[in-house]
Design a protein around this ligand. Sequence first.
Ligand code: FAD
Length: 599
Amino acid sequence: MFKMKSSICFLLMLLLILSTIVGCSSETTSEEGIVEANLEDGTYKGSAQGHNAEIDVEVSIVDGKIESINILSHEETSVLSDPVFNDLKNMMEEHNSINIDTVSGATISSMGFRNAVKEALEKAGATDEILNAGKKLSLVYGVAEEEKHYDVVVVGAGGAGLIAAIEAKSQGADVAIIEKNPFTGGNTLVSGGEFNAPNSWVQEMMDIEDSVEQYLEDTLKGGDYEADEALVRIMAENITEDGEWLRDFVGVEFIEDYLMHFGGHEVPRAIYPIGGSGIELIQKLQKKVHELDIPLYLETEAKEIIIDENNRVIGIKAENPEGKNIHYYAENGVILATGGFGSNMEMVKEYNSIIDERYKSTNQNSSTGDGIIMAQEIGADVTGMEYVQTYPTCNPNTGHLSYVADTRFDGAILINQEGERFVEELDRRDVISQAILAQTGSNGYLMWDNTIKENSNMDSYLTEFKNLEKQGLIIKADTIEEAAQYFDIEVERLKETINRYNEFVKQGKDEDFQRRGSLTELEEGPYYIQRVVPAIHHTMGGLKINENAQVISTEGEVIKGLYAAGEVTGGIHGKNRLGGNAISDLIVFGRIAGKSIIK
Ligand SMILES: Cc1cc2nc3c(=O)[nH]c(=O)nc-3n(C[C@H](O)[C@H](O)[C@H](O)COP(=O)(O)OP(=O)(O)OC[C@H]3O[C@@H](n4cnc5c(N)ncnc54)[C@H](O)[C@@H]3O)c2cc1C
């Protein structure tokens, strides 16, 4: 569209040099972006939808090129749109071009502004060919210092991301993974790694009767029937076969004769990896990623989703460990597997009015909701964002989930400062968390005896046990009195509570709280008491996806080229996630994302 004069060219070169010195952000990477065209002189109006409302502009054409662009009206958020209406506008004027990258973090405002200018230019005689001619220009902070090209780019190397990448690669795609931490694993690494599967090989060995329908019903009920039933059904129907894939293809090892019985599940159905932690999953997944030669870019943080003029996702802008801006282009699309936002207190508070700084988090620091934020910037819809789960039995000093406290699933009782039980120990996490916060000191105590200890996996967590001892958060004592005195718990009342509970065990029925599962008496020392508090644990809400793990826009349409799996998504757990269901979710939908993206 442009008549480029040599004096302007010189001026631009000068500006480019100056701007590099002063750090100005509106220069080109290359002069190839400048295109030739003869537009009709005059003043033309254009408008297009921005993030919040229509953006109206007026473009003056003098001597066949853009003289100036005036923004007549808009309702964009200024902190995001200032660079659009300043830097992007200046660059259009300087380079007589709209073939310029969007502003990082303000994709929709950039697209809206560009479309409004485009409409005005079309009135001046510009054709699509003219408007898209030349090399695409970038604002300096959007410049790709390097470009990489793959079929599929996976963002996040936690459980969902590694599984999606392995699956896509197995289907023949050229895949890369980018991960902002210097290590893989995300929350999956620090998780228990347990996942639910109905009719699994372990249930068969242990002679436990179960069904897909029962698992589906437990999950829907556990989420107060707020979940997307179609997605839950996919998880329930596929997890057993996908668990076998994890065991046989990836090589994850499981304990063959033990299942966890998480709250809200009618029967024990959570398969348990050796070591009782996600480390086994991540180690084996990472090994497979290396075997399959999938490039894994660590300390590389995705900043923005790249879309083309048809709003199709074509890649990711990311920053590598040296602070370089790398564009990872993806022919088939991008899979977001960036996890939840349990470590982003601002984001939690934005969506949930109950949780605040009183709560610590069980999550890794990297769970900051990046994938959700980036996808929202290009128009993705979210669901269930207000549903934030707290885990009831965490370390009061750090917020870390206590695996020692999993003795709750093997028979430990929950008591308060007054030595009384106050909730069913196998109730939902949200119910127990709220009940604990309502007790004296806003904390609870788990208590168990030697028999329960022997039935549990407590010995797998000896390091944690020693740490808790050092921090004064757990006591092992020969008598009930000694254990109770350590925490100033009312001894006599506690003894009465234990006697009453032991009577219920003998009768086979907990008359106070209707505890589910088999009941165990507390009668054999040594006794253990552990102080616990709830902490933020899981964000049930996230990106809206369909049955193929494709991300859905606020208009209800599939966003082409964008897929998501794992905790970054919403809809599968409704109001409340049952224990063991996050790993089931990420295994099933990680595989689905990896398969559907190459169809
Ligand atoms: C302590 C704990 C115990 C748990 N135990 C269980 C359990 O036993 N069973 C169960 O079902 N669930 C459990 N959960 C929940 C479950 O672990 C998580 O929901 C699940 O692991 C999330 O997996 P993911 O792959 O979606 O995300 P993650 O595993 O969290 O991985 C996300 C990855 O994305 C990376 N990332 C984020 N943003 C960017 C970015 N901008 N650029 C590049 N990379 C990025 C992160 O660094 C991270 O590595 C537990 C959770 C915790 C915290």
